[in-house]
Design a protein around this ligand. Structure first.
Ligand code: G3P
Ligand code: CA
Length: 241
């Protein structure tokens, strides 16, 4: 089976990360999957962004948890990447899902709950409730650096695939895999050889695989996937392997 190309925060290398523009570009580049991050706004909306604060990627400041959806929507999430993309908005989870439905996307949608640095009361139940009420054409894969989020979501949606992230201790990943809680593990590409050795039965989807030689390594060894900022490049390299 081909190693899947999963676009990290959309096509992060070529568009403002975690915006609809980035997800559209990833799909245009032939990504097999999309990876993204979810937080909770002050008024309880599921918000797509990587950081806990809006400072780095928008023209605003402050924590997502202290801003309402209306306040988040007024931010410019494009100019910090390139003024060419001025006016790009911070999307909600629903806006991203609606885009994928419109594009009839049937690949992997890897949603990372960003619950490791900040406590979002009830985010797992909100996410589970959202996907329980929306039929989607894609394959949902949850991940989180925070083990409790994975365990909470697994209790709510036992049929969805879960993957562990790098900070999960190897023995915990082994246990979760043996208990069928997780199928995969997402190691940092710099440590992938170690995790390949320690977790031989677990599907690996390393991140962030941006160098051609790392892509070739993952393709050659038939890893389940790579998570990359450059899905277009990853596609061109895969064709040649
Ligand atoms: O899923 C891998 C990757 O997304 C985790 O790192 O910091 O980019 O969310 P980060
Ligand atoms: Ca992520």
């Amino acid at each position: 089976m081909l190693t899947q190309i999963i676009a990290h925060r959309g096509s992060k290398g070529t568009r403002p990360e975690n915006t609809l523009l980035a997800f559209q570009a990833a799909l245009d580049d032939g990504a097999d999957g999309l990876e993204t991050d979810v937080h909770l706004s002050k008024d309880g909306h599921l918000i797509i962004m990587h950081d806990e604060t809006v400072d780095r990627t928008t023209d605003g400041s402050g924590r997502i948890v202290d801003l309402t959806l209306a306040e988040l929507k007024r931010l410019d999430a494009g100019s910090a990447f390139d003024p060419l993309y001025a006016g790009a908005q911070v999307p909600t989870l629903d806006e991203v899902v609606q885009l994928l439905i419109k594009r009839n996307f049937t690949g992997i949608f890897n949603l990372e709950l960003k619950t490791n640095k900040i406590h979002y009361d009830g985010i797992e139940a909100l996410v589970a409730d959202y996907f329980n009420h929306h039929a989607v054409p894609f394959k949902l894969v949850y991940s989180s650096f925070y083990g409790k989020s994975i365990e909470r979501l697994h209790a709510l949606q036992p049929d969805v695939e879960f993957d562990s992230l790098f900070q999960t201790k190897v023995q915990n990943a082994k246990r979760l895999h043996a208990e069928h809680v997780i199928l995969g593990y997402h190691p940092d590409i710099r440590w992938v050889r170690l995790h390949w050795l320690l977790l031989p039965k677990v599907q690996l989807r390393p991140w962030t695989v941006n160098k051609e030689r790392d892509m070739r390594f993952c393709y050659k060894h038939r890893f389940a996937g790579i998570i990359t900022d450059y899905p277009g490049l990853a596609h061109r390299v895969r064709v040649k392997v």
